[in-house]
Write a protein that binds this ligand. Sequence first.
Ligand code: AQP
Length: 332
Amino acid sequence: MEEIIPKKISLSGIQPTGIMTLGNYIGAVRNWVKFQDECDCLYMIANLHAITVKQNPAELRKHTLEAFALIIACGIDPQKSVAFIQSQVPEHSELSWVLNCYAQFGEMSRMTQFKDKSRKHADNINVGLFTYPILMASDILLYKSDIVPVGVDQKQHVEIARDIANRFNGIYGDVFTLPEPYIPKDGAKIMSLVDPTKKMSKSDENPNGFIAILEDRDSIIRKIKRSVTDSEAIVAYRENKDGINNLMTIYSVVTGKSYADIEKEFDGKGYGEFKSAVGETVADYLEPVKERFNQLMCDKAYLESLCSQGAEKASRIARKTLSKVYRKVGLA
Ligand code: AQP
């Protein structure tokens, strides 16, 4: 008899803190789409995480539904994967409280995202920002996720989820699966177009630093044309050429060409020609996503029904894990 090997479980999320950027897409969502054929996938819009920084309620509500539509427009199929909005599945917050009691202050203090975001939001260093990785551990562990496809900035958070799971299992037996991050070989950290030593972020105050997936063609081409590079005028992937390296990474992911092919293609040509090619190619690449997004946003009732169905499916799985945790700990 043929042995049936269970599929691995993959979970990931994106915060509705703005419109998804090319960085989010290349570093994370592109891989979520690929994983759908190999794994049982769950993808969520992490709106509970989003309120760790100040949000305008109406905008947050709008961006949450838009982010949900966007992941579907990018290729997440709600028939194949469980797509949902985090706040609609209360088990995330419930497990998070329990895991708060199994995470150590010292280990949380070492999280680099907390340090970065505390600097960036010095007027609002709230406790949620500090315990963000514990909520993320809950997201991952509720579904017994084996693989978490993320950009490199989130690697440390997946590792801490693994540590917390290990510690909990050490006390109570085999409750949680130990997750592994999946970091793409190329494009794990797309950089800002105005400061290529900094990560491209959707909440960057300078909109010239990022490309939003829904941005219009001219704006994409203009931002790439104006992006910060160097004065060498040689298209080559090497040290001290952060801006060009970043554009080459983007171009390589979007076209499938290797760095060597790109260097050959633009040998003897200036940055102007290279930047135009990158801009045009990125704009073409994003066009079908935009079209699909616009279609989806025309039918909000349909989108909302997809959200409810996704939340129901997710909650059914999450409830089983949470019940087990409650029993183990002595809460049930
Ligand atoms: N620049 C990036 N390059 C590659 N991957 C990236 N990711 C984020 N930025 C890049 C990956 O996208 C996924 C979703 O990210 P998120 O929404 O959870 O939050 P983030 O990592 O804090 O991303 P942003 O865009 O920088 O958000 P804000 O501006 O709100 O802080 C994650 O897998 C992330 O690794």
